[in-house]
Write a protein that binds this ligand. Structure first.
Ligand SMILES: Cc1ncc(COP(=O)(O)O)c(C=O)c1O
Length: 374
């Protein structure tokens, strides 16, 4: 007795799955249509997604991890090659490099943004470098122009992991068409979910055509079949990475809602930026004027992180670091090197809830609790 709060405080999760009621009818239709694998809905989702991102060479896939794997293959990355990447991301960014049989060369991040530093990329280049791979941390675009300039100067391919950054913009354009390859995730807790799913946007028509074939065992499903439907060749081995009609049917509905979802994320992000200015022991990340962030979560740098997390937890508010620096894992230990930017960021970063489920009142309550100190 005596320990329960008098007024039950509403708990606020860091992530929440958004599924609109309107998916039920199209789902029912597709589930009983007899064609649940890649077909009409997949093509329709792919077309609408390409339109939304303003990049027609878009492939709908079953995961962002597979989009990254496919991008690495299309970029020609294989055994003996090095991919320049940052460890400050989801392990799904970097695992595909190992699956491709290549090595990773870590480039440091800018500790004030969490994103990879173009100058550190330049310093990490070796004769074995083949591609640059990087995440847009928490949906805040990395310096794409500077990274592409380094890549051009050294003949490297660029792969953006935009899993956190659906709808984010850079230089007035949505992410999707700035680099050779841009990968998106529609996994459960992203801005837009198809339960599981992903997409790969390709800059070149050649990569797009080849990617389309490789996502389905290397079979060109659009080639005209002659009398015998098995009369086709497989030029090179492929994968089973295509999106299916069921998840695509969800995606078609989600696209109708995503602008409203994004607007709520951005409203909360803008609110925190203003409401949490000048809070002792708290610093905002630096944001580029060229970028319009998608605020998947709201990341800040805090002193005394454990006390911060404990204080918010006691008020029912979930916070998290979300991703552990990948070079801490044994799977990546061969690539360890000194990364002072990652060290500085990793010791202080924390993310608070920012998504569509956080009401204006919730955001005010969160800000008020933080302003009281920890
Ligand atoms: C940065 C990043 N990249 C890639 C992925 C992998 O996405 P998926 O689960 O769609 O394969 C995730 C998360 O799931 C992620 O956070």
């Amino acid at each position: 007795m005596g320990t329960a709060p008098l007024v039950e405080q509403k708990s606020i999760p860091l992530f929440k799955v958004f599924i609109p009621e309107s998916v039920l009818e199209p789902l029912r239709e597709v589930l009983f249509s007899g064609i649940v694998t890649e077909g009409e809905q997949t093509r329709e989702f792919e077309r609408r997604l390409g339109e939304y991102l303003d990049t027609p060479r878009t492939l709908a896939l079953n995961a962002c991890t597979h989009a990254l794997q496919l991008a690495l293959r299309l970029a020609g990355v294989g055994p003996g090659d090095e991919v320049i990447s940052s460890p400050m991301t989801c392990v799904a960014t970097n695992s595909p490099v190992l699956a491709a049989g290549a090595s990773i060369r870590w480039a440091d991040i800018d500790p004030q943004t969490g994103n990879i530093d173009p100058q550190a990329i330049e310093r990490a280049i070796t004769p074995k470098s083949k591609a640059i791979l990087y995440v847009h941390w928490a949906g805040d675009p990395a310096p794409i122009d500077e990274i592409n300039a380094v890549a051009r100067a050294h003949g490297l391919k660029v792969i953006e992991d935009a899993a956190h950054a659906f709808g984010a913009e850079y230089g007035g354009r949505k992410l999707g068409s700035h680099s050779d390859f841009v990968c998106f995730s529609f996994q459960a807790i992203k801005h837009m979910t198809t339960v599981d799913g992903g997409a790969l946007c390709c800059k070149s028509e050649e990569d797009y055509r080849r990617g389309k074939t490789l996502r389905w065992f290397g079979i060109d499903r659009e080639a005209r079949r002659e009398e015998l439907f098995w009369d086709y060749n497989i030029q090179e081995y492929g994968y089973k990475y295509h999106m299916n009609n069921v998840t695509a049917a969800i995606g078609i509905e989600q696209l109708k809602h995503v602008d409203r979802t994004l607007a709520a994320h951005r409203r909360n992000g803008a609110f925190y930026l203003q409401a949490l200015q000048d809070v002792p022991k708290l610093a905002h990340l630096r944001r580029s004027p060229k970028a319009k962030a998608a605020f998947w979560v709201f990341t800040m740098l805090v002193e005394g992180r454990e006390a911060f997390v404990t204080k918010l937890k006691a008020q029912g508010i979930t916070t998290s670091i979300v991703h552990v620096r990948n070079d801490a894992y044994d799977a990546f230990k061969a690539f360890r090197r000194r990364l002072p930017g990652v060290d500085a960021f990793a010791s202080r970063y924390i993310s608070i809830p920012c998504g569509w489920w956080v009401t204006e009142d919730d955001a005010q309550r969160i800000a008020e609790i933080i302003r009281q100190g920890w």
